[in-house]
Design a binder for this molecule. Structure first.
Ligand SMILES: Cc1cc2nc3c(=O)[nH]c(=O)nc-3n(C[C@H](O)[C@H](O)[C@H](O)COP(=O)(O)OP(=O)(O)OC[C@H]3O[C@@H](n4cnc5c(N)ncnc54)[C@H](O)[C@@H]3O)c2cc1C
Length: 387
């Protein structure tokens, strides 16, 4: 058992840490408060090749292993979790197009997606269906040489930048089970009838836009069908969401680490009753608890990522990592806020942003309760956690 990152992974971590310290931290509070899109940061991420994390090398990408992916998402999220969102669903969909796309689809999109000159996201959720994806109502009816798509999507991150946007639809709404009639269409920006209608106001996770979409008689060519075969859409997105869970879990580690670092620093500076507050046992217990939970969560994320890299099954593992790490992020944000006393509640201190950003990781990429049921189902069906 090896708990060390490889030399390459350490180099990547140091590069992203430096980038975060130099280009994200100094502007995060101001841009986040304004609700401004971090254009300059996105441009620098393009230069670093980060849009190509999940794109194979033959298409100009980095083809990063999952541990490296986790390292990148953790480091960026230490500076500002919202920035990680810019490459979050983008990476997930790059992975999905690389894995399931036809060769013409890969050749058409992946080189530009890797370069960041094209961007993407993923459109699954609808006003009436989030966890229950088989309950979506967006339909794609065969018409002539393509499809006629009608429906609505909501909570779609990166929607204004995505081109193409993979959209989960029902190509056969009558199919039973429903997933047998579900497909993914790669819909290009500017297609008539496909409109981003609203940016949703959010508690945190500011930076990338999260939007409502309307699809009104959108004509999509048949070759936009991911993989070229109908009825595989749900399986394609569920597989992609496994990589998404690693990235969300790693973002949670970044938030938790920053919450801990801020608490440790503040506890060593702030004085009360003639002592540093770090000398009070009540504060020490919080710091110790945060550090233990944080490191346990990080190891769980690396364990899940390493299994995926080894080609082993990692659905249960990535689910466990996402649930645990997101709850540790939430707990660390609250503990750090308490260590900061009244200043933890101030917009002038980072910890209030961590507190607003942390809940997203509990909700996104499958809510924690849904994932708990998936984990339990896996365990009760006889699959242990150690093989
Ligand atoms: C900031 C943000 C960004 C997002 N970005 C994207 C994106 O880019 N693309 C995208 O497609 N979606 C995105 N989402 C949507 C997100 O994936 C969904 O919100 C999430 O899957 C939950 O779906 P829902 O909101 O419809 O909640 P629901 O499914 O309605 O769930 C509501 C509650 O009921 C519980 N529940 C539901 N069913 C069960 C069950 N069977 N057993 C136990 N409990 C259950 C849930 O755990 C939850 O607590 C985003 C959401 C947010 C907040």
């Amino acid at each position: 058992m090896d708990f060390e990152l490889s030399a390459e992974q350490r180099l990547l971590r140091d590069t992203i840490r430096k980038f975060t310290d130099e280009h994200i931290r100094p502007v995060a509070r101001e841009l986040e408060a304004e609700g401004a899109y971090p254009e300059d940061i996105a441009a620098r991420m393009r230069e670093l090749g980060l849009f190509g994390l999940c794109v194979p090398e033959e298409y100009g990408g980095m083809a990063a292993d999952m541990v490296s992916l986790a390292v990148v998402f953790e480091e960026i999220s230490r500076g500002w979790m919202g920035v990680a969102g810019i490459i979050g669903s983008h990476s997930l969909s790059c992975w999905m197009i690389a894995k399931y796309g036809t060769e013409p689809q890969r050749a058409r999109y992946l080189p530009e997606l890797a370069a960041g000159t094209r961007r993407t996201g993923i459109a699954l959720t609808e006003p009436g269906a989030g966890s229950d994806l088989q309950g979506i109502r967006t339909t794609a009816r065969r018409e002539g040489a393509g499809y006629l798509v009608n429906g609505q999507k909501t909570w779609i991150t990166n929607a204004r930048h995505a081109d193409p946007l993979p959209v989960l639809v029902k190509t056969d709404p009558a199919a039973r089970p429903a997933h047998a009639g579900m497909s993914v269409l790669l819909i290009e920006a500017g297609t008539p009838g496909f409109e981003v209608v609203r940016d949703l106001p959010k508690l945190g996770y500011r930076g990338p836009e999260t939007c409502e979409l309307v699809l009104d008689d959108v004509r999509v060519p048949a070759d936009a069908l991911l993989g070229g075969v109908e009825g595989r859409g749900l399986q394609q997105v569920l597989a992609a969401l496994e990589t998404g869970r690693i990235n969300v879990a790693a973002r949670a580690i970044g938030v938790a680490q920053e919450a801990f670092d801020q608490a440790l620093r503040y506890a060593g500076e702030r004085e009360a009753f003639g002592k540093k507050i770090s000398e009070f046992q009540a504060v020490q217990l919080k710091l110790a608890d945060m550090a233990m939970k944080l490191q346990a969560a990080r190891l769980l994320v690396f364990w899940a990522a390493a299994r995926a890299d080894a080609g082993q099954r990692a659905d249960l593992e990535s689910g466990m990592a996402k649930v645990y790490a997101s709850e540790v992020a939430l707990a660390c944000a609250i503990d750090s806020m308490q260590v900061h006393g009244g200043y933890g509640y101030s917009r002038e201190f980072t910890v209030e942003r961590l507190y607003r950003d942390a809940p997203l990781m509990v909700i996104g990429e499958g809510t924690n309760d849904i994932l708990r049921t998936v984990i339990a189902r896996s365990l009760t069906s006889g699959r242990g956690i150690i093989e």
